[in-house]
Design a protein around this ligand. Structure first.
Ligand SMILES: [Cu+2]
Length: 166
């Protein structure tokens, strides 16, 4: 028996069902989920780039992100961005970031982020880079980070320049 579905249903499935599967960008490893891991595009001359993600702890014990590594840059540091006396400051968080059970930690613009130093390749929109995240309990997890559009236009990159002098 042939079944016919109304056109609107097909459109609905196309627009709403597809993003759930292809664009949800959630990767689960044991009791840890990584949501929307991404980098922001950097200009060709840039030597630094920033990465963002959400980390969900679905378990019943705390977990700590200790660091990260990849072939994209020589080093990756966990950073915190803060405004102090109207000056944006950045510091390394060498102790790592702890996510308690049931908690979601978001690394985002203006807060925690992964800082890629001494880029080996250009960080171009649409590209994907495999980044190894190192967790205290879960160990090393390899996650694809997609490069998203830059937040600022190139003439507005004073914030990125500050990354050189901290
Ligand atoms: Cu930074």
């Amino acid at each position: 028996m042939e079944q016919k579905y109304p056109r609107y249903l097909i459109l609905f499935l196309f627009f709403f069902a597809t993003p759930l599967t292809s664009f949800s960008h959630e990767y689960t490893f044991g009791f840890i989920s990584i949501v929307k891991p991404h980098l922001r595009e950097a200009p060709p001359s840039a030597t630094v780039a920033a990465g963002y993600l959400k980390i969900k702890n679905n378990g019943n014990e705390p977990e700590t992100l200790l660091g990260a590594s990849s072939t994209l840059s020589k080093t990756i540091e966990i950073h915190e961005m803060k405004i102090e006396n109207e000056i944006m400051k950045m510091r390394e968080v060498p102790e790592g970031l702890t996510i308690n059970p049931g908690q979601i930690l978001e690394l985002k613009t203006g807060g925690y982020h992964l800082m890629f130093f001494h880029l080996v390749k250009q960080v171009k929109q649409g590209d994907t880079h495999e980044i190894k995240l190192n967790f205290k309990k879960s160990g090393e997890i390899l996650v694809p980070f997609k490069v998203w559009e830059a937040l600022h236009k190139p003439q507005n990159h004073s914030e990125d320049l500050n990354h050189h002098n901290h």
